[in-house]
Design a protein around this ligand. Sequence first.
Ligand code: C2O
Length: 565
Amino acid sequence: AEVHFHEFIVQATPMKRLCRTHNIITVNGRYPGPTLAVRNGDTLVVNVVNRAKYNVTLHWHGVRQMRTAWADGPEFVTQCPIRPGGSYRYRFRIEEQEGTMWWHAHSSWLRATVHGALIVYPKRGSSYPFPHPNTEFPVILGTNSLLSLLDIYAYAWMQMISCLTGEWWNEDPVQVIRRATRSGAAPNISDAFTINGQPGDFYKCSSKDTTILPVAVGETNLLRFINAALNQELFISLAGHTMTVVAADAAYTKPFATSVLMLGPGQTTDVLITTNQPAGRYYVAARAYASAQGGPFDTTTTTAILEYSNSGGGQAFPPAFPVLPAFNDTLAATTFAAGMRSPRPVKLPGPVDHHLFFTVGLGLLSCPPNRFCAGPNGTRLAASMNNVSFQLPTRLSMLQGYHLGVPGVFTTDFPAVPPVRFDYTGSNISQALWQPERGTKVYPLKYGSVVQIVLQGTGILAGEEHPMHLHGYHFYVLATGFGNFDPRRDAARFNLVDPPFRNTVGVPVNGWAVIRFVADNPGVWLVHCHLDVHITWGLAMAFLVENGVGALQSLEPPPPDLPLC
Ligand code: C2O
């Protein structure tokens, strides 16, 4: 195993897209940032130097961080932010993980532009469980990349206080919120989606910079898709070629063929393609899956070009364009996700020690003092899990609070609510479920306990698919479905044989997902919706996994340069 050292300079960088130059925050002046490539078992040491004007932290999405929660990155959860002028050295091992991960800022909305791929190859001397590809490409889908940071901050702040404009007051407040929530859930603020940093042929001033994926005829190629978009689930298609899915979220899958992928923010999917088509150029295209129907969203399409080396430059003919599902094609989205299986039967952890039921959805909060909030009865938009809208601490990170035994950083009373039934027409949901309390609440777990969670989309205000991410773990997705989870009916649908092993699961719109994992990694681990607007609104909670017995079951000591608040 090797140790890889990298220096990441976080800095403002002028970047020209769509005919205009903006200053965006980058790592080492690049957007997307550098691709890190390591092998299973290697150690990464990344020294992050903050030369930007904003606080920053980095998260290594998909890395389990066994006993190294200090390197996980979400601000105020596992560390205080790296202040402007400061630095922090993230050090962690890749333990028994392979596939496509990524890294991104986990502070405010900086991840819009501060992200990159993290590829984990098999150990030296071992190989993929599929034919070795001739070439590999990371394919990073982004969005909102063209906003200046100030715009992002202004927008985030606006969302934070969630004030609706007064002119909507003459309408039925439910309609107002419904509409605002929809636009908030998929904010129409992106100028373009991007592939590897480029919007592609269908945007102004972009054609000549369109991302090219060069291939030769008769090859097998591995495309590693990463949805790094801030707030948008995306459909992806490739003209003329069948894609064979071989991995998702840094875990291998049973191979299956598909013509379309759907990735929520946070998810990754690896596909093999065979270049068996006539010499030519073929579009890779991505556009929104708008699960919250009826609201505004970005309807533009980003493209890259798969270019055969024998196509002679091929500029004479436009590339072939693939078929993409309609924006609201929930069936296509869920069918794709439901096709995932582990390659072999798994040894599912059990018996279950904690049967949990967590609601995930939107709601309303009362207005902070001295602020104007124009929601119904002076409220503002919020999101919650089990009706708790997650709030970050400010004095100390939650992990430091646990490690040092400092009381008051969080409370351990994250509520276990009994299964609630939702009427997804939205007309008779109890007021109590519209009005979450704010809190920094964890659900404590003993080391080694087996946890099963029903994640139930509430459909309150607006139903929408929520890509739910668990830090520090991979989990088995036992089943997903629509409507209210019904233990008697739906337990029969659990895949207890070869469920997929993921770190981010799409909870279908007005539906549910059931996941299971064993709490064998001590630390404070965030669970959240990976649509950043929702985490801003509080759609998050954290598990506190206590140290077990001995060093191998305990958190390592914090690094000496851990930033303090
Ligand atoms: Cu990819 Cu909490 O994040």
